[in-house]
Ligand binder design. Structure first.
Ligand code: 48F
Length: 371
């Protein structure tokens, strides 16, 4: 139940210029305020008395008619009480002819507005907890590996964000092999396509082919529906590296980079980061270039991608799906770039298997480590 209290101040020259009893009448009879009082001032003990009464009477909507609102100390009234300040001093008593009919009418109108305002005030909604800025896992790159990882992690109820530099996700998968719009996967890759609900047909021996457009669009849709948040047009330009571990990413709008604007990026924290940036292995590169740390590779550096050898490349990519630096995991083509293994052309099963494997590795880690 709302209870309106009106406190009219007689100090600071206000009582000499205005008929305060008449104002009190307006508040009581016309405006129907539950508690109406005339007080000597609105500071020190008088302010304390007002607050005691507000608490005792259960007033939750308060009008103080006196000096400008700037006069009151910070937190003069409890945060749970909605307050309106009617300025009877600077804007009425001090600015207009005292004890004049029009001055009195102005004071009454100001009081009417104050009481009406305080009755209509709505409490501020508490700021919702921002659950976008700290995430469980951040995926860099929305190619087949990144989308697969995001899908399985989100399906396991993890908070996942995927950043994709370009307008559309899908990476190198839209064009299949030389733009035939067909992708090829092996039997294990087909099982992942099946889990996404993507149709495929036998191709030869143990291989299957699928429409690349259906594959990308379905993977993207399923990842989103599972709960992954995809931010396209965002580029990851750096990492946060604290105490020998990557703890988050530094991101900016891709348009800022394209337009060569000098706009500072923002950071986002996570328990794990996935580098799924394809051949470029951008996260690994930025760590190596800027931090001079050892990566978990034979040479301690990025080994570099080797020439095409599809069968070996496909096998190696799953093997090379690893945490290559504390807090950062490789998935997809960048695994072979980091660990020095062959590329594999339009065979995409390895990308899907690598995306699934990295999700499983991170899930296992999150389960064994206290959150
Ligand atoms: O290149 P991409 O498709 O990587 P992938 O998932 O799959 C590789 C295959 O497409 C293909 C292949 C098959 O045999 O070899 O190349 O490993 O997708 C990588 C995505 O990451 C984005 C990029 O735009 C692409 O969509 N990306 C790269 N760097 C960044 C980025 C960055 N710094 N920030 C955000 N996105």
């Amino acid at each position: 139940m709302d209870k309106v209290g009106v406190y009219i101040c007689s100090g600071y020259g206000i009582g000499e210029a205005l008929d305060l009893e008449a104002l009190k009448q307006v508040a009581e009879t016309e405006l129907k305020a539950e508690v109406v009082k005339i007080v000597g001032s609105v500071e020190a003990e008088d302010l304390e008395l007002i607050n005691q009464e507000v608490a005792a009477e259960g007033i939750n909507r308060l009008v103080v008619a006196g000096p400008t609102f700037r006069f009151y100390p910070k937190n003069a009234f409890p945060a749970s009480v909605m307050v309106d300040y009617v300025n009877l001093r600077e804007q009425v008593a001090w600015a207009h002819e005292p004890n004049n009919e029009d001055t009195q009418a102005l004071a009454a109108d100001n009081l009417r507005m104050g009481v009406t305002r305080v009755r209509k005030m709505a409490p501020l909604e508490p700021v919702p907890e921002c659950n976008s800025i700290n995430k469980d896992i951040l995926v860099v790159g929305g190619g087949p590996a990144g989308l697969t990882a995001a899908y399985y992690l989100a399906k396991a109820s993890k908070k996942v964000i995927l950043f994709e530099r370009k307008l559309s996700v899908g990476g190198g998968m839209w064009g299949g092999g030389v733009m035939f719009n067909e992708i090829v996967v092996q039997a294990e890759g087909k099982r992942i396509l099946d889990e996404f609900g993507i149709r495929s047909v036998p191709f030869e021996d143990d291989y299957f082919s699928a429409d690349s457009v259906e594959t990308v669009s379905t993977m993207c849709s399923q990842a989103c529906k599972a709960g992954a948040k995809i931010f396209n047009l965002f580029s990851v330009e750096d990492v946060m590296l604290t105490e020998g571990r990557v703890t988050g990413l530094v991101i900016n709008w891709s348009a800022v980079d394209i337009a060569r604007l000098h706009v500072d990026p923002i950071t986002i924290r996570a328990k794990a980061v996935i580098d799924a940036t394809g051949h470029a292995a951008e996260v690994a590169n930025v760590i190596q270039r800027k931090s001079g740390v050892r990566l978990d590779t034979p040479s301690g550096k990025i080994e570099g991608e080797r020439p095409m050898w599809a069968e070996v490349g496909e096998k190696m990519i799953v093997e090379n799906t690893r945490e290559f630096f504390p807090g950062v995991f490789a998935a997809g083509m960048c695994c072979n770039a980091i660990y020095g293994a062959p590329r594999m052309g339009p065979v995409f099963g390895g990308m899907l298997m690598s995306g699934k494997k990295v999700a499983e590795m991170i899930l296992a880690r999150l389960m064994t480590k206290p959150e």
